[in-house]
Write a protein that binds this ligand. Structure first.
Ligand code: ADP
Length: 190
């Protein structure tokens, strides 16, 4: 079973490529950011508790995010999955590994999409214009999300490097070019 983690800074193109990869390899696609936005929109208690973090560009608490993924996987275990925006801390990665082990599964590979910071900010501001996402419209919040990524998330690469599951692709170029690069890595790990 293929379990692919798409990894990279906010705005690197994970969401777009995750959708295409899910269709190409017949996998589920979970974006923890989207699940959180869904909870907020639905006005659930969980959503309300996470709103403040998101609006500041901070991470939601590990315990909440992990439970969201656990719930998702309980009803989506008949095929592999693309994980988009998860795990974002080493603590999440450690719990995630255990979670997969319990169902005799594991992460196949983590693929990092490399995009320079100025391009990230440019893309997110552009996306904010039509997505209506509040956290995509303020340059200050965007810069903070990138900073949080550098402080707390970047290090998760080391976790999967130790497991010899880490790979990188250049995230610049057309969407087709990046897709081809991702497929080449995934095909080499199957
Ligand atoms: P982006 O990667 O472009 O910032 P996402 O949709 O992946 O967009 O995430 C939006 C926000 O949701 C993040 O800034 C963070 O506050 C929250 N979030 C998403 N995934 C996680 C996670 N795994 N752990 C903690 N917070 C998360």
């Amino acid at each position: 079973m293929l379990n692919i983690i798409l990894f990279g800074a906010p705005g690197c193109g994970k969401g777009t490529q995750a959708q295409r990869l899910a269709a190409h390899y017949d996998l589920y696609h979970i974006s923890t950011g989207e699940v959180i936005r869904g909870e907020i929109k639905a006005g659930t208690e969980l959503g309300r508790s996470m709103e403040a973090y998101i609006s500041r560009g901070e991470l939601a608490p590990d315990s909440i995010v992990v439970e969201m993924v656990r719930n998702y996987m309980a009803s989506h275990s008949d095929k592999g999955c693309i994980f988009d925006g998860f795990p974002r801390t080493t603590a999440q990665a450690e719990i995630f590994d255990e979670m997969l082990k319990e169902v005799n599964s594991e992460v196949t590979t983590m693929v990092f999409m490399d995009v320079p910071e100025e391009e990230l900010v440019r893309r997110i501001l552009l996306r904010g214009k039509d997505s209506g996402r509040a956290d995509d419209s303020s340059e200050e919040v965007i810069r903070n999300r990138i900073e949080v990524y550098r402080q707390q998330t970047e290090i998760v690469a080391e976790h999967y490097t130790r497991q010899e599951k880490y790979a990188e692709v250049n995230g610049l170029g057309t969407m087709d070019e990046v897709f081809e690069r991702l497929c080449a890595v995934i095909d080499s790990k199957r």
